[in-house]
Design a protein around this ligand. Structure first.
Ligand code: XUL
Ligand code: CO
Length: 440
């Protein structure tokens, strides 16, 4: 096997919080048992093929800065194999249990649909072979239905039926490949499912097509016996001005409209949450409330830039609250924490890639450990429960259990001469409590 640029880096190990070694985990002790199971099973970290292996550092103002040997290793299929070799070397170094990919990350496009799908299967077989001797498993597969010019007006929402058909064929084969590789989930991010101007858009028709497409995806999942989850990844904008899968709440409404709320869950991404004007913890708590939390794309935006910068995370506050709500939602189940994050274009060394993941992994692990401690400690949850304690009385419950009507409540309230008194929301007290739990 050719040098994969990661080959010289030894596999990372856990050295504990006092370690100064930048090539070691300080908080991610994979086998440490927390709340009944090992940390690695709670968090299920995944490396994203696209950002870590395929991204070359180009931006709208300049060309590639991250030039890897596999990007110029012979014909396109030879490049794809060299990239896969490097990918599995990176997985070895990071010692994380999962990875994720788009079809376009692992296999080159061909001249025709048939050739493109053929390349996908050739490379899936190559990955299957590599997975036999590697630890890394597939967290999820997905299709890139947004980069090629044919998708400029969307995939399932495209005004052109042939693009809908191309997308259906691509997703069918990506689902086959995800099943073949033992994937735990199949993700649909609506890359360009939205619009730039209402002037050229029939929104109802586009939404109906998107709903039908997703219904067929769910039907196909059952047809082939794929036992993974189908996940939608919300994002409010970018690349289009208005993305249909705006946020978790919008996606839930969409799923309900097309009768898919029990079949499809969400893959929530931190930077997408902030683009929607939410926090990551808000999106996770929303998914928890609806019972549709599926998986997480871990990253962060830049408050000063305001677009999808996909940086590796480093904010303990938001990540701890996020992990708290993950635990409250019942955990990630078949989902996991996928690093949908990329190094900056000046960070072109293989070591930069390792530092980025070490930081992200340790941040999430530390956040999870703190969230578990907050829950085990119980004082925060007790304060929260106290706020709603008056709802425990039979009279209060009767107002919301369906047994009373609006006019019955009105009559009772008037007769009792009720006079509600304000109570403190205790925000600062709760904030102090969290600061102490998170930062000591
Ligand atoms: C784009 C994004 C994607 C999806 C998968 O913003 O997050 O990488 O996660 O298509
Ligand atoms: Co993502």
């Amino acid at each position: 096997m050719a040098d994969t640029v990661f080959s010289h880096i030894p596999a990372l190990t856990f050295e504990g919080p006092s370690s100064d070694n930048p090539f070691a985990y300080r908080f991610y002790e994979a086998d440490r048992v927390v709340m009944g199971k090992p940390l690695k099973e709670h968090l299920r970290f995944a490396v994203a093929y696209w950002h870590s292996l395929a991204m070359n550092g180009s931006d709208p103002f300049g060309g590639p800065t991250i030039l890897r040997p596999w990007m110029a290793a012979g014909d396109p299929l030879a490049q794809a194999r060299a990239k896969a070799d490097a990918a599995f070397e990176l997985f070895r170094v990071l010692d994380l249990p999962f990875f994720c990919f788009h079809d376009a990350d692992i296999a080159p496009a061909g001249e025709t649909l048939k050739e493109t799908l053929g390349n996908l299967h050739t490379m899936a077989d190559y990955l299957a072979e590599k997975m036999q001797s590697a630890k890394a498993k597939l967290l999820w597969g997905t299709a890139n239905l947004f980069s090629h010019p044919r998708f400029m007006a969307g995939a399932s929402t495209n005004p052109e039926p042939e693009v809908f058909a191309w997308s259906a064929a691509t997703v069918k084969h990506c689902m086959d490949v995800t099943k073949q590789l033992g994937g735990s989930n199949y993700v649909l991010w609506g890359g360009r499912e939205g619009y730039d101007t209402i002037l050229n858009t029939d929104m109802k028709q586009e939404l109906d097509h998107m709903g039908r497409f997703l219904t067929m995806v769910v039907d196909y999942k059952h047809k082939i016996g794929f036992d993974g989850q189908i996940l939608i990844e919300p994002k409010p904008k970018e690349p289009t001005v208005h993305q249909y899968d705006f946020d978790c709440a919008t996606v839930y409404g969409f799923l309900q409209r097309y009768g898919l709320q029990n079949e499809v869950r969400v893959n929530l991404e931190a930077n997408h949450a902030t683009l929607a004007g939410h926090t990551f913890e808000h999106e996770i708590a929303t998914a928890g409330a609806f019972g549709i939390l599926g998986s997480l794309d871990i990253n962060r935006g830049d408050a000063l830039l305001g677009w999808d910068t996909d940086q590796f995370p480093n904010e303990l506050w938001t990540m701890t609250l996020s992990m708290y709500h993950v635990i409250k939602a019942g955990g990630l189940g078949k989902g996991g924490c996928n690093f949908d994050a990329k190094v900056r274009r000046q960070s072109f060394t293989p070591e930069d890639m390792v530092h980025a993941h070490v930081g992200g992994v340790d941040l999430c692990a530390r956040a999870f450990l703190t969230a578990a401690k907050i829950i085990e400690d119980g004082r925060y949850d007790a304060l929260l429960a106290e706020r709603y304690a008056n709802w425990q009385t039979p009279q209060a419950k009767a107002m919301v259990d369906g047994s009373m009507t609006l006019d019955a409540i009105a009559a009772k309230a008037e007769a009792a001469g009720i006079n509600p008194q304000p109570r403190s929301g205790r925000q600062e007290q709760l904030e102090n409590m969290m600061v102490r739990a998170i930062y000591g």
